[in-house]
Write a protein that binds this ligand. Structure first.
Ligand SMILES: [Zn+2]
Length: 199
């Protein structure tokens, strides 16, 4: 009977393709791409049910949903902007679970101190990515939101690390140049106490 299920050319290697709330499970053979559907067994149903309960307790987007509910209309338009928004977000961040919200600083195009709000889409056993919201303080524009998948995040970190490495080399040369300039100046400066012809 088992033999009749097999095709002549493929000793199937099944993996689970999907399972639905309608108690159906689908399999795919990774060798020949053949699919197979059937109803779930009782123990399979129990596992799926348990996972769903777990998921609803620790939703991966929960902190982002909280942010969007508080500060956006339909996950698209921001309700506030500038310093007002920055203050409101700082207050909201204090009510969120630890390690989900990071507020870092940058300048807007007016060189006014502004915020980048990093919100993590994660739960203890899964990480999807990080939303970033830029809130300019004084440019009069609405905040802007973008999303970093783990790949984007890695590329950004690599770029920033490279910038940092180079900046520290430049800083050394900058300090050396300043010392030289100071010495040059000290050699020629006419301090009032030393040189009486300066009035
Ligand atoms: Zn197969």
């Amino acid at each position: 009977m088992k033999k009749s299920l097999k095709t002549k050319s493929c000793s199937h290697q099944w993996r689970t393709l999907s399972y639905s709330s309608k108690k159906e499970v689908a399999f795919l053979c990774s060798k020949c791409q053949q699919t197979h559907h059937r109803s779930m067994t009782k123990s399979e149903q129990a596992i799926v049910k348990r996972r769903k309960i777990l998921k609803s307790h620790t939703k991966i987007h929960r902190v982002w949903h909280s942010f969007a509910k508080e500060f956006m209309e339909d996950y698209f338009k921001f309700k506030y902007q500038g310093y007002d928004m920055m203050k409101r977000v700082a207050k909201w961040a204090r009510t969120q679970p630890k390690g989900f919200v990071h507020i870092v600083y940058c300048d807007d195009s007016y060189h006014a101190s502004s915020n980048l709000v990093l919100i993590e889409h994660k739960r203890s056993d899964k990480y999807m990515g990080t939303s970033v919201v830029f809130i300019p303080q004084c440019s009069g524009e609405a905040p802007i939101q973008f999303f970093l998948y783990p790949g984007h995040r890695s590329v950004l970190i690599t770029a920033l690390a490279e910038i940092q490495r180079e900046a520290s080399q430049v800083k050394k040369r900058e300090l050396a140049r300043e010392r030289r300039e100071y010495a040059d100046w000290e050699a020629v400066v006419a301090y009032p106490s030393r040189n009486l012809d300066v009035k």
